[in-house]
Write a protein that binds this ligand. Structure first.
Ligand code: GLC
Length: 628
């Protein structure tokens, strides 16, 4: 799908208020949005008042008519981009879901009773009170106070309302590049810190404004990428209203990769947007937001890009190099773990949020089928531990058959020498990438941690990953949590794979640098697995240095001793990641706004597709599935 295909809901509405080639939002639009923002509860609400704890959505019909009646919304407001028949626009835009036939493996859930809803509402109120007292319990440290001050300094406003945080606010740096923009992925830890403090407006504004940017006309030379693409970042510009330069307006200007270094599409942005939307709705109880027609359309457009048919043979998403946090060439094109983990998480979150009706049934089945195939694929083929590496070491190659053991024709010679000594007796991890005849054995932190958080791994694998991090503490944490990947590429490998990138020299930046922002994801994974003491240890390491080092973007050297060569100071996601980690540790129950539990039904679905593996991935087998 590209920008020229029948327009989606948001695009159709946007076109109605601006000429085809106009790329800018008017101030009036945003002012109206700010006025219309719904008040949210002072303290976060934990449990879901409407839904089963199990997760799937009740059949609730978000009515466009009721939305249009509900406020004094103006035609230009992001709150009101609703055509006369919104569902027609949606289905017209998503022919894929209508035409694909899926086995009826996953019956949709029945709605909860009124009594269940009442009980959930009282539980939510009790949780609010508990949280309020927990949050008041402790005095902030000096470092935390400084972090809050810096985080607030990074906030940017659009027409008087806060909409995000810039990537870095380094007063000593004259070359801002694009660090003065609001990055979607960078804003996530800021959003979480604000949400956990009960400051929810900025997150709601961010979600709605980025939703509008989704349907922008975007082009690289003469080509228009898919409509569901979310920008990597956006900037607020002040531009003259007319030729006289007498009046000005603020505009949001997105970057979809068309001006990013290397012109990479940010595949992760849409996935993060979905994950953040669920977190926002769960913590505030503002489920009306996810049920809005334009928000539902936004979710569907992102999924439509991710679930569309291609030439691929695997359930993993096929992407170009640099399409995620690692946004420069680092040899992660193909099926990088980070994208797969975020994809799985976004599918799980969407399944909870998509309103069940005739128009969404096929989409929900597509999601469930993809989830089961994806989790089977990652658990089975990405996992390595001592036993698996020994198996690969003895692989036969060139097996032409349906029941080959070495399905991807991996030549044992590609097991790197560092791994032979490095892999511990206990524990294991998910490899970075899998392609025909290629396993990328590097350890990537974000992918592994997010696989734990979203339950993409089995519980045993999740324990194994944390146990490996503990065992390899000096390599992965050392003087600053956390290595973005391990080990670094050196010499010819660095030259060929990065294209001699001077920023990604060995043990620097993306190539084995240490990124303090990853602390919050580590904390989350530790809380989920009942190992908060590990997170506490890592936070203590970071807390000792971050403020004194001016909150750097990343650290260099094998053990993370030096501030990164070209590292920004006062990097917002370093600051926010630290605050979020501390708040999560103090309120571990809040981790549930981001985590997903193991879903055994998904594994059952998997057995239908893989008859040879039936015994292995059936529900019964999965319960006792022993890794290694
Ligand atoms: C770098 C990082 C990217 C981040 C951006 C802004 O490009 O690689 O992940 O979003 O800086 O901080």
């Amino acid at each position: 799908m590209n920008g020229q295909t029948p327009m989606g809901l948001a695009a159709a509405a946007a076109a109605a208020v601006r000429p085809c080639r106009r790329r800018l939002l008017s101030s009036a639009t945003a002012a109206a949005a700010a006025t219309n923002a719904t008040a949210t509860s002072l303290f976060p609400r934990l449990s879901h008042p409407h839904h089963h704890s199990h997760g799937r959505r009740l059949p609730f019909l978000a009515s466009a008519a009721s939305q249009q009646q509900s406020g004094q919304q103006t035609a230009a407001s992001p709150e009101t981009h609703i055509p006369a028949d919104p569902r027609a626009a949606v289905s017209g835009n998503l022919p894929f879901f209508d035409r694909v036939l899926f086995p009826d493996t996953f019956p949709l859930e029945t709605p909860p009773s009124a009594a269940e809803e009442d009980a959930a509402a009282s539980a939510a109120a009790a949780a609010d009170e508990e949280l309020a007292s927990a949050l008041k319990a402790r005095e902030e440290t000096e470092t935390e106070r400084e972090a809050w001050r810096l985080l607030r300094r990074a906030v940017v406003s659009y027409c008087g309302a806060p909409v995000g945080t810039v990537a870095a606010e380094d007063p000593e740096c004259t070359e801002t590049l694009n660090y003065d923009q609001v990055f979607i992925r960078d804003f996530v830890p800021s959003a979480l810190a604000f949400l956990m403090r009960g400051e929810t407006e900025i997150v709601r504004n961010f979600l709605l404004h980025t939703l509008q940017l989704q349907s922008w006309e975007k082009t690289v030379d003469c080509y228009s990428p898919g409509q569901g693409l979310m920008p990597a970042s956006f900037k607020i510009r002040t531009v003259p209203l007319d030729d006289n330069n007498e009046a000005f307006e603020e505009v949001l200007d997105p970057d979809f990769g068309e001006s990013a270094i290397g012109r990479v599409a940010p595949v992760d942005s849409g996935l993060w947007w979905i994950i953040l939307l669920r977190a926002y709705c769960k913590i505030t109880g503002d489920y009306a937001l996810q049920e809005r027609v334009d928000v539902q359309t936004g979710i569907k457009l992102i999924l439509s890009l991710c679930l569309s048919d291609g030439f691929d043979m695997f359930p993993t998403l096929l992407v170009t190099d640099g399409s995620c946090m690692i946004d420069r060439r680092m040899g992660i094109h193909g099926h990088p773990l980070e994208i797969q983990a975020l994809f799985y998480s976004a599918l799980r979150c969407s399944r909870e949020m998509i309103v069940v009706n005739d128009g969404s049934k096929n989409l929900l089945r597509a999601i469930n089928n993809r989830l089961s195939a994806l989790s089977f694929h990652i658990r089975e083929y990405y996992w390595v531990d001592m036993k698996k590496i020994n198996e690969i070491y003895r692989y036969k190659t060139e097996e032409y058959s349906h029941d080959a053991t070495n399905k991807f024709n991996i030549y044992p010679e590609q097991i790197p020498s560092w791994l032979v000594d490095w892999i511990p007796e206990k524990g294991g991890y998910l490899i970075g990438n899998l392609q025909p005849a290629h396993m990328d054995f590097r350890f990537f932190s974000l992918g592994n941690l997010w696989a734990i958080t979203s339950s993409l791994t089995t519980p045993k694998q999740a324990e194994g990953i944390l146990s490996l991090i503990e065992e390899k503490w000096d390599d992965l944490v050392a003087n600053m949590p956390l290595k973005i990947c391990y080990p670094a590429m050196e010499d010819d490998e660095w030259r060929i794979i990065t294209g001699s990138d001077p920023k990604n020299t060995p043990w620097s930046y993306h190539n084995g640098g240490s990124w303090p922002t990853l602390l919050w994801q580590f904390t989350l994974a530790c809380i989920k697995m009942g190992r908060p003491e590990l997170a506490r240890r890592a936070i203590a390491v970071a807390e000792e240095r971050l403020a004194a080092d001016k909150w750097p973007e990343y650290y260099d050297t094998r053990s993370g001793r030096f501030t990164g060569k070209q590292s920004r100071s006062y990097q917002t996601w370093t600051i926010a990641g630290f605050l979020t980690s501390k708040m999560l540790l103090e309120n571990p129950e809040l981790a549930s706004i981001l985590t997903c539990d193991e879903d055994l039904e998904l594994l059952e679905g998997c057995a239908c597709c893989l008859s040879k593996k039936r015994a292995r991935c059936s529900r019964r087998a999965s319960k006792s599935h022993v890794v290694g």
